[in-house]
Design a binder for this molecule. Sequence first.
Ligand SMILES: Nc1ncnc2c1ncn2[C@@H]1O[C@H](COP(=O)(O)OP(=O)(O)O)[C@@H](O)[C@H]1O
Ligand SMILES: [Mg+2]
Length: 186
Amino acid sequence: MSPGRPEAFSTVVGTRFIASTTKPYRTGRPELDGFLHEEQGRGRDACGPFVWSEADIPRPMARSDSAILMEYLGDRRGPALALQNVELSHNEVYPIFEQLMRNVELWLTNNYIHADLSAYNVLYWQGQISIIDFPQAIDPRFNPNALDLLTRDIENICHYIARYGLERDGYRIARRLWQRFKNAEL
Ligand SMILES: Nc1ncnc2c1ncn2[C@@H]1O[C@H](COP(=O)(O)OP(=O)(O)O)[C@@H](O)[C@H]1O
Ligand SMILES: [Mg+2]
C-alpha cells in the first residue's frame, strides 16, 4: 500500500465523500444497483433490511455507469489507515475478528464472496472498521472457485489476527461456513 494519497483523492468532494474513480465499480448486480438507486433518491433510511445497509462498508451515496461515490473515511490529513497498518489495542482484536466474520457470513448469506478480503481492504477509523474494495466480489452459486476464495478471505483475516496472538483456523471456519451455505442453513 503506497503511503501517498490515492489517485481517487483528486475527486474528493468536501471531506465526507470519496469518489472511487481509479477503478470502475460496476457491479452488474441488480440488487446493489437497486440499493444505490434508493440511496441516491431517498437516503439510507429507505433501504430497509438489504444486505449492504447491514454490512460494515462505507456508505454508498451515488453512482454513475463507471464510478461510485461513497462515504469518505478519514480527515483532511488523509484517509483512514488500513487495518494492516494499525496497532490495535488488545481488547479490540477479538471483537473486530468477530465483526469481520459476521460480515463474511452476511455476504455469503446473500450470495457474495468478497474474494480480495485482507487487512489491506479493511479501513479503521475512529475505532470502527469498514470493509472496502469489492469490485472482484463473486457469486458463490456460480463460481467454481468459491470455496477457495472464501477460504483465502478468511485465512487472510486469521493470519492478520495471529500477530496479536489470537489463533483461529481459517480453513476450518471456511469449511463450516461453506457447509452451512450449501445446506441452505445460513
Ligand atoms: N471510503 C474510503 N474512505 C477513505 N479512503 C478510502 C476509501 N476507499 C478507499 N480508500 C483509500 O484508497 C485506498 C485504495 O482503495 P481500494 O478500494 O482498496 O483500491 P485498490 O486496493 O484496488 O487500489 C485505500 O487503502 C484507502 O487509502
Ligand atoms: Mg484494496
